[in-house]
Design a protein around this ligand. Structure first.
Ligand code: ATP
Ligand code: MG
Length: 408
């Protein structure tokens, strides 16, 4: 991609209300654009990051046999009345009447829609267990929609639903998904705490949150560094300095970002929406469900909170919008040849071919945070100056060496 053609430019001004690094840098860097509080466009740079995260998520969900599909965001009141959530979620859910006077809402979550499909289609143990997921925008009338895409009113979520005839089978899949989630976060460069939690506003059942320790978070967790013990302070009987109930070390407390949340619903939806299947003895059994959410757009912001410095973002290579940022300083002809060669070798390059000052180009490269900065200038004498975004050292290399370096 040539930077002269990239849709939208970096900005000098920071958003007025920005208090977090992710809000500031994602807007300034031209990754997202605010339409209204809590509602954002993912611009080309931001969309490239989202696409990379989604592909990691897809690989991990497909690896445990889940099937991807897409459900409607526009939903009739009826199915939500069957679970009582049209009333109980009336503050958070966007609800309205259409022109014919029928009540409808925008999906804040999709348990009702998926379970309605399941009850109409699944009848026998032979069709179970299975898991379905989608990556879709959710709508929630959040009061505290500030901080950029960290808490949106329209935001992207991966939601997966698994269906089982026995609790043992559900437990087994739930634990498998915990591992899949850990894989997703670690591939995105994030360390997570798997935290015991209550179901929040969506359920009273058993749940786990995936929390990333960060001052930009809105949650508080009690956790142990020596082992994997962690609880949300909302439900914890422990406080900071207490002995860890698992290993005896001292517990810590910290602010954290909820990057994911998984829930066991057991037979709750079977009872409310009447979903049953026959087991191998011909007996009617409730179809058990668990739900598993990852906040895709919140993950983008979370990664920036963890990886930034005073000059901008520092993307982990797995989710970076490009592999390399090639900068030409009065060497456009040579740089263009390098740009073409790198692309032929499958390397994703943002090529700064603009007519701007070197200072502006370097500042933008730091702000955008692509892992490798490559500079061609009269000073580099036919070679290319390579610098990693998170290091200060520069080295001169030939293009073939750079291809090898980036491929590693
Ligand atoms: P929170 O406690 O942050 O309000 P939640 O518990 O209501 O979130 P879930 O319904 O469990 O959220 O949604 C699954 C995931 O979607 C969350 O773990 C979070 O990462 C993400 N998420 C939830 N609400 C938002 C939002 N308003 N904006 C961006 N991401 C969100
Ligand atoms: Mg939650």
């Amino acid at each position: 991609m040539k930077q002269s053609k990239l849709f939208t430019k970096t900005k000098k001004e920071t958003p007025k209300d920005a208090t977090s690094a992710s809000h500031k840098y994602l807007v300034q860097g031209g990754f997202v654009d605010m339409l209204m509080a809590g509602v954002y466009t993912y611009l080309p740079l931001g969309w490239r990051v989202i696409t990379k995260i989604n592909n990691i998520v897809r690989e991990e969900m497909n690896a445990v046999g889940a099937q991807e599909m897409l459900m409607p965001a526009l939903q009739p009141r009826g199915i939500w009345d069957e679970t009582g959530r049209w009333e109980s979620l009336n503050e958070i859910m966007y609800q309205f009447e259409d022109r014919s006077g029928k009540e409808a809402g925008l999906g804040a979550t999709h348990e009702e829609v998926i379970y309605d499909i399941v009850r109409r289609n699944i009848n026998s143990y032979k069709e179970l267990p299975f898991a379905i997921y989608q990556i879709q925008n959710k709508f929630r009338n959040e009061l505290r929609a500030k901080g950029g895409i960290m808490r949106g009113r329209e935001f992207m979520m991966k939601d997966l639903y698994s269906f089982h005839l026995s609790q043992e089978d559900l437990d087994e899949y739930y634990n498998k998904l915990i591992q899949s989630y850990k894989n997703v976060y670690s591939r995105c460069g994030l360390e997570v705490k798997v935290v015991e939690a209550s179901g929040g506003i969506f359920t009273k059942n058993y749940s786990h949150e995936f929390q990333v320790i960060s001052e930009a978070g809105e949650d508080n967790i009690i956790y142990c560094d020596a082992c994997d013990y962690a609880q949300n302070v909302e439900i914890s009987k422990f406080s900071v300095g207490d002995d860890c109930p698992k290993c005896g070390d001292k517990l810590k407390e910290g602010k954290s970002i909820e990057a994911g949340n998984i829930f066991q619903f057991g037979d709750k939806y079977a009872k409310e929406l009447k979903g049953y299947a026959t087991d191998s003895n011909g007996e009617k059994k409730p179809i058990l469900m668990a739900s598993y959410g990852i906040g895709i757009s919140r993950l983008v912001a979370t990664i920036v909170e963890i990886y930034n410095d005073k000059n901008g973002m520092i993307w982990p290579s797995s989710v970076a919008p490009f592999d390399a940022h090639l900068i030409s300083i009065n060497k456009n002809e040579e740089a263009e040849a390098i740009y073409n060669k790198l692309r032929e070798k499958g390397i994703e390059v943002l090529y700064d071919d603009r007519d701007s000052s070197p200072g502006q180009k370097f500042a933008d490269a730091d702000l955008i945070g692509i892992p490798y900065r490559l500079v061609m200038s009269p000073k580099t004498e036919g070679k290319i100056e390579v610098k990693k975004r998170n290091e200060t050292e520069t080295v001169l290399k030939e293009v073939d060496e750079i291809i090898e370096l980036i491929r590693k």
